[in-house]
Design a protein around this ligand. Structure first.
Ligand code: UD1
Ligand code: CA
Length: 488
């Protein structure tokens, strides 16, 4: 695929007015990456002499992405059109380069193979310029490819300058071209800003070359969807859908089951092992890695997560920068915040939130708990409603719980505090002191039963006047208006 004599120029200086955004167009994201990054990734495998990105709007942020991919940048300020962008680029083009492959920064669906094929066609045809074109059902907004009576490309006419007859042409300019550099440079001098936007259009250089009897070829893209530009938010959503579908298709190909793949959002870097199952509406983002035979339940969102083999994430979990060990179970409705480590065979249940906590092998927190800055030993059982009170309004403190501990329901562990191996904590305790191993800690008010108290109370009330008791009948149920009155 190498094109060592070719400089790739990515045009990315424009603002993207039609996005109606304060963010430069090529910085908008589709398929989990900025548009420009997709284009850079499509260019890299060609191993060109150089990749040059023309920057302008938000040049610093756009340039940072370019640099990250080993591309050079050149500043076009102000932006006076795609032709002007190439005039500016000229200074930075390698002297050794013979061809320029020009690519817009807003075409994220482009594939390397398509670019390489265009360069090959250009070489084979010994052309001055070769345009990648596409047949679109709805060509509006695009430059049209005007051909002469013998079918040769004559000019590209922009949508805003086209005659009604030209507007009916469905073959459009993708804005991806291969030029022989010396021909390109000579044609750029002839550009004039005589159009609606007072810009220098690169597209006008095609007519100039043809007037000089140079060879101009057009190569029709096999997949017109691949060359569409993202000019609007609607285009952005379309591109995102295609990129997400590509990723899902790739994973299914590699042995991952994805139900309703059109509903899942999986970032490009995400890896998933074979025989894992992804249920509808799942989002797997960032550097998430899922092992084999795992299930990610419906509606769960995972960001920078590591999920080991055989883990089961039940529906509606929100898991961030944490690890879920082999054969463990999480959710439904669980939240794991940064730095949590659920070891093999452990279980985190419904409405449990954890932060920076280690739940060792086989330990369980099955329902309704907050565990933060804690270490919980193997085979320990954390009862429903357990809370680690890890914050005193100023600092965070740790809770350390040993192995095979039984923590009764509704326990508050006031950190810093330690519970030794094998200890029991009575339900409803507020634990402020360390609990030794194998001890029972009871930290709550002692229960007092007063025999017959309730019966006596009922009699007393009845004697005081039956009315008062009867008044609790349904007739007196507070109405909406009586409620609001009583609140006043
Ligand atoms: C352009 C083509 C049109 C084609 C369409 C395909 C021109 C005049 N028109 O129109 O024929 O059908 O792409 O998507 O070329 N840019 C700069 N500097 C500038 C102006 C633009 O770097 O001064 C960059 C933009 O950032 C963008 C790319 O060039 O990445 C294309 O510009 P855009 O405004 O999107 O052109 P279109 O109107 O889509
Ligand atoms: Ca465009």
């Amino acid at each position: 695929m190498a094109v060592l004599d070719t400089s790739i120029v990515i045009l990315a200086a424009g603002k993207g007015t039609r996005m109606r955004s304060s963010l430069a167009k090529v910085l908008h994201r589709a398929g989990g990456r900025p548009l420009l990054e997709h284009v850079l990734r499509a260019c890299q495998p060609l191993k060109p002499a150089q990749i040059l990105v023309v920057v302008g709007h938000q040049a610093e942020d756009v340039g940072a992405i370019a640099t990250q991919f080993g591309a050079q940048t050149i500043l076009q300020q102000p932006q006076r059109g795609t032709g002007h962008a190439m005039q500016v680029a000229r200074r930075a083009i390698r002297k050794s380069a013979k061809l320029a492959l020009i690519v817009p920064g807003d075409a994220p669906l482009l594939r390397a193979e398509t670019l390489a094929a265009l360069v090959a066609t250009h070489r084979r045809g010994e052309a001055a310029a070769t345009i990648l074109t596409a047949e679109l059902g709805n060509p509006s907004g695009y430059g049209r490819i005007v051909r002469d009576s013998q079918g040769r490309v004559q000019a590209i006419v922009e949508d805003t300058s086209a005659s009604p007859e030209q507007l009916s042409i469905h073959e459009v300019n993708s804005s991806i071209y291969c030029f022989t550099l010396e021909k390109l440079w000579s044609s750029l001098g002839a550009l004039r800003p005589d159009n609606l936007h007072r810009e220098l259009y690169l597209t006008d250089s095609i007519a100039t070359l043809r007037e000089r009897n140079e060879r101009v070829l057009a190569q029709l893209a096999e997949d017109p969807g691949e060359v569409v530009g993202c000019n609007t938010r609607a285009h952005l959503a379309d591109a995102d859908r295609v990129l997400r579908a590509r990723k899902a298709a790739e994973l299914m190909e590699s042995g991952v089951t994805i139900y309703l793949p059109e509903t899942v959002v999986i970032d490009p870097q995400v890896s998933i092992g074979p025989d894992s199952v992804i249920e509808p509406g799942v989002e797997l983002l960032g550097n998430t890695r899922v092992g084999s035979r795992s299930t990610i339940g419906c509606g769960s969102v995972l960001i920078d997560m590591r999920v080991d083999d055989g883990a089961k994430i039940f529906p509606q979990c929100h898991l961030v920068r944490s690890r879920v060990g082999r054969d463990s179970e999480i959710g439904p409705f669980a939240r794991l915040r940064s730095g949590t480590d659920i070891r093999a065979g452990a279980h985190v249940g419904t409405f449990v939130e954890m932060k920076k906590t280690i739940l060792h092998e086989g330990a369980k927190a099955p329902h309704l708990a907050y565990l933060g800055d804690a270490t919980i030993g193997a085979a320990t059982n954390v009862g429903a409603g357990t809370i680690t009170c890890n914050y005193d309004g100023f600092s965070k403190y740790e809770t350390k719980i040993g192995k095979r501990v039984f923590i009764g329901s509704d326990t508050a562990l006031v950190a810093p505090v330690r519970v030794g191996d094998g200890a029991y904590i009575a339900a409803g305790s507020v634990v402020t002191d360390n609990v030794p191993a194998d001890a029972l800690a009871v930290a709550r008010g002692r229960q007092v039963n007063k025999p017959g108290w309730a019966r006596a109370r009922r009699r007393e009330l009845a004697a005081a006047g039956g009315n008062q008791v009867k008044s609790r009948s349904p007739r007196r149920k507070p109405t909406r208006s009586s409620k609001s009155k009583s609140r006043r």
